[in-house]
Structure formats: C-alpha cells, structure tokens
Design a protein around this ligand. Structure first.
Ligand SMILES: [Zn+2]
Length: 160
C-alpha cells in the first residue's frame, strides 16, 4: 500500500478519534488507523469505516431521528436498492423511495420503523423481519389454520 499523498510505503499503526455526522447526529469512535511516516497523512481501512457505519446504523435504528437522511443511510447500510426496498414495503417502485429520501414526501414513522427493524434484525443475525415482509407480498395460503388450544402456548403475553 502507498500513501495517497506522498506515495510512501512506510506506515505506523495508531488509534485515533474519528467523527462522523449522520442525520444530524455526531458519532465518535476510536478507530485503528495507519499514519504515513513521511507526511503523517492518516488512512483508515475501508473495513474499519464500514464497521463504524454499521454501528451508527444500529444506533439510528434504535432511536432515530426519523428523517429522510437517516432513512437513506439505513437503506444503504442494508445494501438494498430502491426497487428492492419498495418491493419489501409494498410501495410503488416508480420513485416512492426517492421522494422519501430527498424529503419531498414525509416518511411515515411506521415505514421508517420497518426499515429500522430490518437493520436491528440483521445486526442480531436474524431474518425474521425480512421474512415476514416477504411473506406479506403474496396472498396467504388458503389452507385451514388450526389452533391447538390444549397446549396453552398461544396465549397472548401480558405487557407491562
Ligand atoms: Zn505520506
């Protein structure tokens, strides 16, 4: 690897504070960096930046803000195209996501919540939210649904 500034190939490892502003919130982390021994330019490995961004996505998904900027950031973190997300959410593919992300149309909190839930689900290594959104894309099977009341496991838990 060469320094992008001076083409030197000599670096030293260091850890330094890195700041990133996303959707109006400032995030800071101590990240491993490389510093050019010749010109002191600091370089952060792409994988480190990606890991930092994924951590930020989880914080945003937990407590917002609900906004066009955070929506775009979360969608990109999931690697979803406009078309793929429109398909999951059941909205028109002809620019709906763009209008949300450029602020021309306000995003319903419930819609934003669905995207945030996809992020938190993936962060835990699960696909339950994505699977359920996919299942809703098609009409449900007409087979008879049987409820086994004898097991007593299907009672709705009380929430406090
Ligand atoms: Zn350099």
């Amino acid at each position: 690897m060469r320094c992008p500034s001076c083409r030197s190939t000599s670096f030293k490892d260091l850890t330094g504070a890195q700041r990133m502003v996303v959707a109006g919130r400032t995030f800071e982390a101590n990240l491993p960096k490389l510093q050019c021994r010749a010109c002191r330019t600091q370089i952060i490995h792409t994988d480190v930046v990606k890991a930092f961004e994924w951590e930020i996505a989880q914080v945003l998904a937990r407590n917002g803000p609900v906004s066009a900027a955070s929506f775009r950031f979360l969608r990109r973190q999931l690697g979803l195209t406009h078309e793929a997300l429109a398909d999951l959410l059941g909205v028109a593919a002809d620019g709906t996501i763009s209008r949300w992300e450029n602020g021309h149309v306000e995003i319903a909190r419930a819609t934003w919540f669905a995207l945030a839930s996809l992020v938190l689900d993936q962060a835990e290594g699960h696909t339950a939210v994505r699977d359920r959104l996919r299942a809703l894309r098609r009409p449900p099977p007409k087979a008879i649904v049987r409820l086994d009341r004898s097991r007593g496991t299907s009672r709705r838990p009380k929430l406090r």
